[in-house]
Design a binder for this molecule. Sequence first.
Ligand code: NAP
Length: 248
Amino acid sequence: MSKVVIVTGGARGIGAAISMLAAARGYAVCVNYQSNTAAAEEVVAEITASGGRAVAIKADVSKADDVARLFEESEQALGKVTALVNNAGITGRISRLDETDVETMQQTLDINVMGVMLCSREAVLRMSDKHGGAGGAIVSISSGAATLGSPGEFVWYAASKGAVDSFTLGLSKEVTGEGIRVNAVSPGLTETELHASGGEPGRVARLESVVPMGRAAAPEEIAQATMWLLSDEASYVSGAILRCAGGR
Ligand code: NAP
């Protein structure tokens, strides 16, 4: 059976690195994105130029209708989905809780938590042998923030990733017996545009010294951990939350 992966937020940062590595490992890749069409088209062009198969599909993972359409269009373009990477995520603007508006907190939970649950639900409906599927694997990109708490930066974001961890544990127990392995990767500080989007482009430089390894991760290092969990090399791994945080 050919391997098909949907990577949410697969056009930039960690998601783009996962899309590229998945293609190199023989997956047909559905590169989901929310707004940056140019970035998505660039990733698809790079994959197809290297002889791979990819399609870019715009969909907001926090909206159930968009998510259903994402899976339908992906299946039409690439065939049955065998893997899902829940990567799309936001932090909201860096600040204390009492300086944060309700909309930022709500949007973060909608994308980081509802997005993961909606996409995983669609994947289970298609992959579970209970529904006639042939099995598969789900990896969600959590964050070391889930256990650090991120005080003074984005406690609502840390809470959203704590929810991703709980969801990963529960769903793995629910569907592993139906042929679906469910795991998470918890990255630490990683060099992407996420920090600038949160209002602090210099955040990586400010925090590198608190990482035992003394540096941020390259997105490709998070992609390696993710692809291992999706691969047959992790055939007995389900319900794991793999910290990939340079010792932090
Ligand atoms: P990034 O460079 O800011 O990229 C975020 C991606 O998510 C973009 O491709 C964006 O799409 C997409 N996205 C945002 N909202 C979306 C929505 N509603 N629907 C679909 N796609 C959406 O971030 P990153 O650093 O690569 O982060 C990727 C994941 O790693 C996130 O879950 C993040 O929480 C986690 N993480 C990051 C770090 C870090 O230090 N960077 C550390 C721990 C965990 P558009 O391009 O179309 O806007």
